[in-house]
Design a protein around this ligand. Structure first.
Ligand SMILES: C[S@@+](CC[C@H](N)C(=O)[O-])C[C@H]1O[C@@H](n2cnc3c(N)ncnc32)[C@H](O)[C@@H]1O
Length: 282
């Protein structure tokens, strides 16, 4: 038993020797020890909350909304502000605050790329996406990096320091909204941020305003968000209310932060990966 324990403890020293001698070697060692199952010792994501896709009725409301966008891309562009300002600008600035320009940024529902261009002008590289192919074509034509990605049906496989979704989750039912929160939380690096905005109000509705084609909207109040953010696995958040000059004046600007700490699950993984089965620190 003593020999097995010793063999288990030699691994940290082997890893230490194979790491480059630059500063941060200790931090890298800890990260690799704790997250050895992340290929290549990549940055960890916070403890995961299971996605229960079977509980979410991926209703036709989002698909119908996307079809309306696909058929009316130019109407959306013509009817939407082309510049970032006011409460939305302050919110994006707060989401970027303290992030180095090397941070990994992913935007959901980029549409024609107004917010991505704003962040790019500040030196950040933004991966844009949208579920509507016609928007992705317009993003690519603008020189932005973009791909077709549907948050309700495609899987987020990379890790991001910031995910931004401006006026996107307002097109989801309440079940889809919780599903989306969980999916994004899982994709964030430790301490990573999810910045999203919603229309403040009551209930749900279909509206043909702006596009002349129907879009589904779900309205939210700040107090409805808190339990869902917690359930999705976020450790902290800010929810700013704002009254804007837009057709729908009342908005919610949220920045939710993924846990920074190492969860119990990770400690259990460390024990399973590096300590002999008959040695326990419980
Ligand atoms: C109101 S627009 C906001 C666009 C842009 N973020 C802005 O602020 O101008 C909603 C955007 O969300 C996108 N969207 C809706 N459902 C989506 C989904 N399931 N996955 C990804 N994008 C979606 C739409 O295609 C559209 O670009």
């Amino acid at each position: 038993m003593k020999r097995k324990a010793w063999l288990g403890l030699t691994k940290p020293f082997v890893i230490w020797h194979n790491l480059p001698p630059e500063s941060g070697r200790l931090a890298q060692l800890v990260e690799r020890l704790l997250y050895t199952e992340n290929v290549g010792g990549s940055r960890p994501s916070p403890p995961t909350i299971p996605l229960q896709t079977e509980d979410v009725d991926m209703s036709g409301s989002n698909a119908g909304t996307l079809q309306s966008y696909q058929d009316h891309v130019q109407d959306y562009i013509d009817g939407t502000s082309q510049t970032v300002s006011g409460a939305a600008g302050s919110w994006i600035d707060a989401a970027l605050s303290g992030l180095p320009t090397t941070a990994r940024l992913f935007e959901l529902g980029s549409a024609f790329g107004r917010d991505a261009a704003y962040m790019a002008a500040k030196g950040y590289a933004v991966d844009c996406s949208d579920a509507v192919p016609a928007f992705v074509a317009s993003l690519t034509a603008r020189g932005l990096s973009a791909r077709v990605f549907n948050l309700l049906t495609d899987e987020l496989t990379d890790s991001y320091d910031l995910v931004l979704a401006n006026a996107v989750l307002l097109h989801f039912t309440r079940d889809e909204f919780l599903f989306a929160l969980k999916a994004v939380c899982r994709s964030l690096t430790a301490g990573g941020r999810f910045a999203f905005s919603l229309k403040r109000g009551q209930g749900e509705e279909w509206s043909s305003a702006k596009l002349g084609a129907p879009r589904f909207f779900c309205y939210w109040q700040p107090e409805q968000l808190e339990p869902l953010l917690a359930e999705a696995g976020f450790s902290s958040w800010t929810v700013e209310t704002a009254v804007t000059q837009r057709a729908h004046a009342d908005w919610l600007f949220v920045i939710a932060v993924a846990p920074r700490h190492i969860g119990l699950t990770s400690l259990q993984r460390l024990k399973m990966s590096y300590l002999p089965g008959d040695l326990s620190f419980d």
